[in-house]
Structures are given as structure tokens and as C-alpha cells.
Design a protein around this ligand. Structure first.
Ligand code: PMV
Length: 327
């Protein structure tokens, strides 16, 4: 049994749209921050006696019709390791799954590390990131801690679309606050939402183009630890991504009333002079970034926001890592 942990990451410059569905290649690069506190812990054992993969999430057996993506991912590992055995997988999240908290990024990063080791492979972080990307684009970034960039890559086989660190866990200990406004799973998966957006939004090409120009600016802003620039670029990328989703046909709306009240509170805080910025992924939760010095003011303001059911303060977290290897 091999066990690995990984943390989810939140994109500052978002990825929304694929260059290839088959290879799960993004249409543009992206930049994120891996967060502490939230964690996925996954154990894998390949067993010659099994006649199919058996998968448990938070101690509940996942029905075959819901485990297609995981079984496809295990097939990739089996192919790489030239191993025919099926696997037993136990995965635990200490946070809500499929609710816009990037559970798939932590999930596939932890699975890439634990399954590849359990199959006898010893992949470096670059190859692990490419493998994790096949499960979920954002998972490529959770192989690393801190601030991370997922490269678009030039190769047709996708082997150079991998993540690389910009600044590790301790590089810039900003405060990342998560305002949970609903805990139920989302209605439309990222995969389906991306497909619909790329096929039907008249703004899709402009969205991809604007991401390409945002990436070098964000890299520079992170390296300069410039909260204002990082925050402005973060909000802009978020709103443009949601703009592209809203203009799909039919339009995709992941937000709820709580999402809007948090946006308003963040803008109020800014009007009072605090450098506080928001970002939102494929779900109604709002992630807020600010300096540690503003943490208590931000916390107090967001706690009283209508629709916020839970507020969690965290900071940049570490890389995916092995915690037990009994293979
Ligand atoms: O890789 P996925 O399928 O989890 O999609 C990620 C989509 C966003 O979270 C909205 C943006 C991103 O870059 O993480």
C-alpha cells in the first residue's frame, strides 16, 4: 500500500478550455497557489487477485459509473508501468468534494504519486505533473507547493505541458481566505463547462488570448511579491473566465447570492484602502487573497456577509508527498 498526500490549488490566472480533450491539454497556461490546510490523502495497492479496480472516497465505495475518470487514470499508470493488475484505492478529503474547492487538483496529484509508486515507477516531479494533468488540468499544478505555473507546451503529445514552481511554500506567506457559500456538488463539471464554453461562447478566443498576455505579468508580480498587481490580475482573470462561461449557450452560472455578497465586501474593503482581492472557480465559493497584516479585518468583514456558511483562513501549502510506502 502506498500513501501520498496533496493539497488543492487555486488558480490566479485561470485555465478554462482545452487544446486536446484526449490528452487533456490546456488551451493556455495558468498560474496558481497551492494551499495549506485542505488535503487529500490517497492510498493505492495493485493486487493480482482483483478483477476490477475498487475505489473508495471518504470510506464510501464509488459506483462503477462514477469512477470512469479514475479507472481511465489507473489505465494510464498500468500502461506506463507495463502492469496488468487492478488496484484498490482509498482517498480521503478533509474538505467538500466537487464543490469548487479544487478537489480534483489535490485528488489527481495524490493519485498520480501514490499509484505510480505503487506500480513500481519512480517519476520525477516533471513527469508526475504530466501524469497528474491527464486526470485533471489543475492537478498538474498541485504536484508543487506555493506559486506554480502550468506551461502550455509545444509538443503534440503534451509531454511538455507540465507545471513548474515560481516560488515554493515559504516564498511569500500571503493569507488565502476561503468563503464557503454552499457545500453541495456543482451541477456542471469543469470538463463539461469548458467544452460548452469553447464551443459556444463568442468570447472564447479573446479569453484565451487575454490569458496568454496575463501570464508573464503575473509571473513578474509574484516574483516581486506585489500584492496589488497579483490581486488585480487575479480578479481580472477570474471575471474574464466567468464572462466567457456566462456567454456560453446556455450560459453557465456557478455563483450564488453569497458569492456576490463576498465580492461586494471585498470591494468595500478595497475602497477603505485594504489590498484585498477575490477569485472564484467552477463553484460558488470565493477565495480571497490579502496580506497577513489585513487578515483580521478581512475575516471580520466576511464573517458578517450574507450567505457565508464557513470561513477558512490558510496560506500557501507544500508539494504532493509520499507519506507511507509499503510496496
Ligand atoms: O482541471 P480542472 O478540471 O479541475 O479545471 C480547473 C478549472 C478552474 O478551477 C476553474 C480553473 C483552474 O485553472 O484551476
Amino acid at each position: 500500500m502506498v500513501t501520498a498526500t496533496a493539497h488543492p490549488n487555486f488558480a490566479l490566472i485561470k485555465y478554462w478550455g482545452k487544446a486536446s480533450d484526449k490528452l487533456n491539454l490546456p488551451a493556455a497556461g495558468s498560474i496558481s497557489v497551492t494551499v495549506d490546510k485542505f488535503v487529500t490523502r490517497t492510498s493505492v495497492r495493485f493486487n493480482p487477485k482483483l478483477e476490477q479496480d475498487v475505489i473508495y472516497l471518504n470510506n464510501k465505495k464509488v459506483q462503477r459509473q462514477h469512477s470512469k475518470r479514475i479507472r481511465f487514470f489507473l489505465d494510464l499508470v498500468r500502461e506506463m508501468a507495463e502492469d496488468q493488475r487492478f488496484a484498490e484505492v482509498h482517498s480521503f478529503n478533509n474538505f467538500p468534494t466537487a464543490a469548487g474547492l479544487s478537489s480534483s487538483s489535490a485528488g489527481f496529484a495524490a493519485l498520480a504519486l501514490s499509484a505510480s509508486r505503487a506500480a513500481g515507477l519512480n517519476l520525477g516531479s516533471s513527469d508526475l505533473s504530466v501524469l497528474a494533468r491527464r486526470g485533471s488540468g489543475s492537478a498538474a499544478r498541485s504536484i508543487h507547493g506555493g506559486f506554480v505555473e502550468l506551461l502550455f507546451g509545444n509538443r503534440e503529445d503534451g509531454r511538455d505541458s507540465r507545471a513548474r514552481p515560481i516560488g515554493g511554500k515559504g516564498f511569500w506567506p500571503i493569507c488565502i481566505m476561503i468563503a464557503i457559500t454552499a457545500k453541495s456538488p456543482k451541477d456542471i463539471s469543469s470538463r463539461d463547462g469548458m467544452r460548452l464554453t469553447s464551443r459556444t461562447s463568442p468570447y472564447y478566443q479573446s479569453w484565451i488570448k487575454s490569458t496568454q498576455t496575463d501570464l508573464p505579468e503575473m509571473r513578474t508580480a509574484i516574483l516581486a511579491r506585489d500584492i496589488t498587481k497579483v490581486g488585480e490580475l487575479t480578479e481580472r482573470s477570474c471575471l474574464r473566465m466567468h464572462g466567457a462561461m456566462l456567454s456560453a449557450d446556455p450560459g453557465i452560472i456557478y455563483w450564488n447570492g453569497g458569492t456576490l455578497s463576498v465580492i461586494e465586501a471585498v470591494r468595500d474593503l478595497r475602497a477603505q484602502g485594504y489590498p484585498v482581492y477575490f477569485t472564484i472557480d467552477a463553484g460558488p465559493q470565493v477565495k480571497i487573497i490579502c496580506e497577513q497584516a489585513s487578515k483580521s479585518v478581512v475575516e471580520a468583514a466576511l464573517k458578517s456577509c450574507a450567505g457565508v456558511v464557513q470561513l477558512i483562513a490558510t496560506r500557501p501549502g507544500g508539494a504532493a508527498r509520499l507519506v507511507r510506502n509499503e510496496a
